[in-house]
Design a protein around this ligand. Structure first.
Ligand code: HEM
Ligand SMILES: *[C@@H]1O[C@H](CO)[C@@H](O)[C@H](O)[C@H]1NC(C)=O
Ligand SMILES: *[C@@H]1O[C@H](CO)[C@@H](O)[C@H](O)[C@H]1NC(C)=O
Ligand SMILES: *[C@@H]1O[C@H](CO)[C@@H](O)[C@H](O)[C@H]1NC(C)=O
Ligand SMILES: *[C@@H]1O[C@H](CO)[C@@H](O)[C@H](O)[C@H]1NC(C)=O
Ligand SMILES: *[C@@H]1O[C@H](CO)[C@@H](O)[C@H](O)[C@H]1NC(C)=O
Length: 486
């Protein structure tokens, strides 16, 4: 017993010494270990990564190394230098960090560390020829849910609801019906999914309390059951994305248990961002009347929509049309509310050249982190008044796309980065943009939609979700809506 305690204490001492004795070496980025050994800045990082990293940027500049829960993380905040990290796929590896996260959150262990075939499958499926099929299927489901389904959405009587819940449930349902092609359990899947998604960031950081652990476990198990393909349990076969993904996993030699878990990962990746994005977009429009008017006037100008009647809605008319105002509104929304964190593991000691000509030495075993939310997206050097929603920020005076933004007098390749970048960027980008545009246009053309309290402001963001894709609001925005009377 004594011996064990002695060993434990010794181990602890060595750990503390190890973590408190790291010194900044020549050519290394500024090092900020925080006051608590090992933990370092973990608590501040968890509670509000944007605020914490902004403070560090103020103190140290565009590159620095912080200690977070035992990891030394070098944060790079100069977008002109992002490619130096993203292009070095052998020195800066992504697969181990991803595998760890996927295991922790989805209990999923995939056998091969090579994710190239999976990426290929996803590109085949969400881009190119298949995209058109998905587009039109998504359009049909959105139409049905919004116009022909008083339960899922609306009737001609006013209804009061939170805008976040409204957007999330409609886009989730349409997305699930499109990709999984199963309508018998969509309501149950959505309910469990939301419970899971609401706690996901805590699960990822291992900070669930006991009650929350129970909730997550339960909804995970229910989702696994709900998602397991009907043709395995005697249902009829379909030709859905889900089934195709299933075949793909089988070909990869993945067992049945892991196949189901992979389906939940797939569900989350494809459904977790669009709903929240649509919420922020509509929320900004409802609280900025001049932006709302600009979008509505753009819609009025689209001939494709002009003769859309309630009785015979014309599907698929909203294909590749030019909607510069909407596109700018969407990018401005994403600039303010998309907060992905791009993490890489340093595989070998490495000199990282920055765009300003300086070079920094990075140590093997450390991590590199890009946090585009802070820069470029909220960087006052790049975007004036970054806290403000300006619907025409990405428009030139002549209504063409404005994509010239500079930092240190260098034109930026990445002036926003909501879709990630490099090998793990979003493969569903085109699909998502089309779906959100269609959703917003449908709502604005067929619904009376207004704030319950005309002076209401957007709720604040949940500051613990930085790093997990689209931000969620803390609270909701109450709206009143009904089908337009024609
Ligand atoms: C506004 C909506 C969306 C945003 C902002 C968004 C953003 C992202 C980001 C940042 C990633 C990289 C994740 C990471 O680095 O861990 C990603 C991955 C992915 N997204 Fe999206 N996404 C959106 C909607 C969608 C939709 C609707 C689909 C459905 C087809 C989709 C499919 C995927 C897939 C399959 C991946 C994984 C790619 C990979 O692992 O290589 N996304 N998305
Ligand atoms: C990184 O790769 C992209 C495309 O593969 C290329 O356009 C870019 O110039 C590269 N950047 C650097 C710094 O090597
Ligand atoms: C299933 O869909 C794929 C494309 O996603 C198509 O190539 C194939 O012909 C379809 N099969 C059937 C039986 O409809
Ligand atoms: C689907 O969206 C893509 C990208 O916006 C577009 O190129 C394509 O024409 C759309 N297809 C349909 C059927 O709407
Ligand atoms: C929106 O941002 C993307 C980069 O994420 C860019 O490719 C696109 O052209 C932008 N559109 C507008 C209207 O600014
Ligand atoms: C629109 O304005 C921008 C700069 O304000 C200019 O670069 C571009 O050439 C103009 N495009 C057209 C079609 O006039």
């Amino acid at each position: 017993m004594l011996w064990t305690i002695f060993l434990l204490l010794n181990g602890l001492l060595i750990l503390v010494l190890h973590y408190s004795t790291r010194k900044r070496q020549k050519n290394e980025p500024p090092l900020d270990k925080g006051l608590i050994p090992w933990l370092g800045h973990a608590l501040e990082f968890r509670n509000d990564a944007a605020k914490f990293l902004a403070r560090m940027k103020e103190k140290h500049g565009d590159i620095f190394t912080v200690c977070v829960a035992g990891h030394y993380v070098t944060v790079v905040l100069d977008p002109n230098s992002f490619d130096k990290v993203l292009n070095e796929t052998t020195s800066f590896d992504f697969s181990r960090i991803r595998a760890q996260m996927v295991n922790r959150v989805f209990s999923l262990q995939l056998p091969s560390s090579n994710s190239a075939p999976e990426r290929k499958w996803m590109e085949n499926h969400f881009q190119g020829l298949n995209l058109q099929k998905l587009n039109s299927s998504m359009n049909i489901h959105l139409h049905n849910l919004i116009l022909n389904n008083p339960e899922s959405c609306c009737s001609s009587e006013w209804k009061v609801d939170g805008l976040f819940g409204l957007c999330y449930s409609l886009l989730f349902r349409a997305g699930y019906l499109t990709l999984f092609e199963r309508d018998e359990n969509v309501a149950a899947v959505y309910k469990e999914f939301r419970k899971f998604d609401d706690l996901l960031y805590k699960l990822a950081r291992k900070s669930l309390n006991r009650g929350e652990t129970e909730i997550v476990k339960l909804s995970q198990e229910r989702l696994w059951k709900l998602l397991s393909p009907p043709y395995l349990t005697g249902g009829s076969p379909s030709n859905s994305s889900q089934q195709s993904y299933h075949h793909f996993l089988q070909e990869q030699g993945i067992d049945t248990d892991m196949q189901t878990k992979a389906q939940l990962l797939q569900l989350w990746t494809t459904q977790c961002n669009a709903g929240p994005a649509a919420f922020w977009l509509l929320g900004f429009l409802l609280t900025h009347p001049e932006a709302m008017e600009a979008v509505k006037s753009e819609i009025r100008g689209l001939s494709a929509l002009q003769d859309t009647s309630l009785q015979r809605p014309r599907l698929n008319q909203l294909g590749p049309c030019s909607t510069p105002v909407f596109d700018s509104v969407l990018n401005e929304t994403l600039r303010l509310t998309a907060a992905v964190m791009i993490n890489r593991e340093v595989m070998q000691d490495k000199l990282l050249p920055m765009a300003d000509g300086k070079e920094y030495h990075l140590r093997k075993g450390d991590r590199v982190c890009l946090f585009p939310f802070l820069s470029p997206q909220m960087d006052p050097e790049i975007h004036q008044d970054p806290q403000m929603f300006k619907y025409d920020r990405f428009l030139n005076k002549n209504k063409t796309l404005k994509d010239e933004f500079c930092k240190d007098r260098k034109r930026l390749k990445y002036y926003i980065m909501p879709w990630g970048a490099g090998r793990n960027s979003c493969v569903g980008k085109e699909f998502a943009v089309t779906a959100i545009r269609h959703f917003v246009f449908l709502l604005l053309t067929h619904l009376d939609l207004e704030l319950c309290n005309p002076g209401a402001e957007l709720p604040p963001v949940n500051s613990r979700r930085y790093g997990f894709g689209m931000l969620h609001p803390e609270g909701d925005l109450l709206v009143r809506y009904r089908l337009k009377r024609t």
